[in-house]
Write a protein that binds this ligand. Structure first.
Ligand code: GRF
Length: 201
């Protein structure tokens, strides 16, 4: 299988995007070739992070996601896999279909709990705290056009202490995300490569 081309879509700070870029820097399996963000550089830290790793983040408007312009950009960059990392917009049906089995999202909780519309960023960790959970974690799932509803492909959990505030919960979950998201993506790409060689083999 040819080296796979990954695009990352993000809306904010980009710490997961950075971890993914670093992970695949020396990979023989895949490269991050395109990073896009629906917020301008003044409102999103991701531009600085990817620039320091030698890749410019491409800004785009929400309307360009809806009208297919973003899908066109991904196609012209010959992207094989799309990774959502803190991306807050709903993915249109046409793009979901195009990247079926090749587009994943990360959610900062153990889905199906604490998912769905409005469950993003600190809202998630505040809800986890309010529910008195003894653990939280991160979930990697396939992307559908509904928020946080695709099948789960990977989860990692962390223990919570009663005194953990939402900020501490966020830190614990972010550590898991940075450690495991890229590895989960790597495993999915390897699985897909094995399936392809079985079909052709
Ligand atoms: C992460 O917690 C991720 O799970 C969620 O949004 C956050 C993005 O953080 N979907 P960052 O922009 O990668 O720092």
């Amino acid at each position: 299988m040819e080296k796979q081309r990954i695009a990352v879509l993000a809306s904010g700070s980009g710490s997961n995007a950075e971890a993914i870029l670093r992970y695949f820097e020396d990979s023989a399996l895949a490269d991050v070739v395109w990073v896009g963000c629906n917020r301008p550089e003044t409102h999103a830290g991701i531009y600085k992070r990817t620039r320091s790793l030698g890749l410019e983040t491409t800004p785009f408007q929400a309307s360009e996601l809806r009208n297919g312009a973003v899908l066109d950009m991904l196609c012209s960059s010959q992207v094989d896999w799309v990774v959502l990392a803190g991306f807050l917009l709903r993915i249109p049906e046409a793009m979901v279909g195009h990247f079926k089995g090749r587009m994943v999202n990360i959610h900062p909780a153990l889905l199906p709990d604490f998912g769905g519309k409005g469950m993003y960023g600190m809202h998630v960790h505040q809800a986890v705290k309010a529910a008195g959970c003894v653990e939280s974690g991160m979930t990697v799932h396939w992307v559908t056009s509904a928020y946080d509803e695709g099948d789960v492909v990977f989860q990692a959990s962390c223990a919570l202490e009663p005194e953990d505030e939402p900020e501490q919960i966020a830190q614990k979950v972010a550590q898991l995300e940075h450690r495991y998201y890229a590895r989960a993506i790597d495993a999915l790409i390897q699985d897909a490569a094995e399936q392809t060689s079985l079909q052709h083999g």
